[in-house]
Write a protein that binds this ligand. Sequence first.
Ligand SMILES: Cc1cc2nc3c(=O)[nH]c(=O)nc-3n(C[C@H](O)[C@H](O)[C@H](O)COP(=O)(O)O)c2cc1C
Length: 324
Amino acid sequence: MMKLLGLGSGRKMGNSEVLLREALMAAEKTGVKIELLRLHDLHIKPCIGCISCSKDQQSGGTGECVIKDDDMPFFNEKLLGCDGIILSIPVYIMTPPGHFKVLCDRIGPSHDVAWQMEAKRIAESEGRESKIDPRFFKPRVGAFIAVGGAPTPDWLSLALPLMNTFTFPMQIEVIDQMQVLGSPLPGQVVLNDVALERARRLGRHVAEAMGKPLEQLEWKGDEPGTCPVCHSNVMLVGKTKSVECAVCGIRGELKERNGEITVTFSKEQQAISRLTLAGKKLHFDDVVETVGKNIQAMGEVQARLKKYQTLKAVKPSKAKKNLS
Ligand SMILES: Cc1cc2nc3c(=O)[nH]c(=O)nc-3n(C[C@H](O)[C@H](O)[C@H](O)COP(=O)(O)O)c2cc1C
């Protein structure tokens, strides 16, 4: 049976959780198995930037994190066991809340399929069995829900786009998204029939998409968005007619006709969005090259760092030793 995971990051029975429950319960009616997780019930520590996970993977290990005393192993089991995921967040300062971003950082390089495929390729080319969990390569679909208190969308502008930082490393195909405005009070969304119906539709979309081949998946969001790959409207604009999708990193051509602005992204650019495996592989190659260029200088880096050691950081008296 297909498994659908719902992850809520808001208040207990708050607006994002109500919409998530509505979506999951509608999905369950189609015959999928559902499970609800609340991020506030999990203790997830921030990534300390040691890169042990990536180094371990590239040298034949599983890529296990050095942080042992939190709920990440529990969460990983849930994530690797699912075929679809619905992420639901409250909007905090135009973005997903900080604890959601903490989780995204822990998923980042360690769960990136391009890095894992490379690790697997190296292991197999050397006649070793790869220790990367094969469940990382399972196709998954996803959808996003964001709820804000503000009545105007400018206060939710980076919420849905930034939710892609959870899904793109694992190549989770996001097929739908919704955002609800004007909901500052906890749970008040139960009075919003339009939002509840949209959440049910989102739940059914994900349930129906789970297990389908990639080429049969369709975008079910209400708006196509400016970017045809991630469907976001957040573009970086400079002084030229070329713009860059802030989520995908791909470049498009800005055109103006009869007062209407359009952005066209070539097929070539769409193919190297960081939401694609090819785009992630390009980034992997860039990182390997950049590390290679700089690694010889690390002796000099250590020598120059000494001068900063006399300036001690101030810590609260009961501060635990920081691993980083
Ligand atoms: C720290 C904080 C920052 C917030 N910032 C925004 C914001 O930038 N834009 C917005 O629309 N709502 C903002 N809100 C309101 C919440 O998004 C809103 O109350 C939402 O319904 C909370 O979802 P929940 O009930 O699922 O927790 C903020 C709330 C808090 C606590």
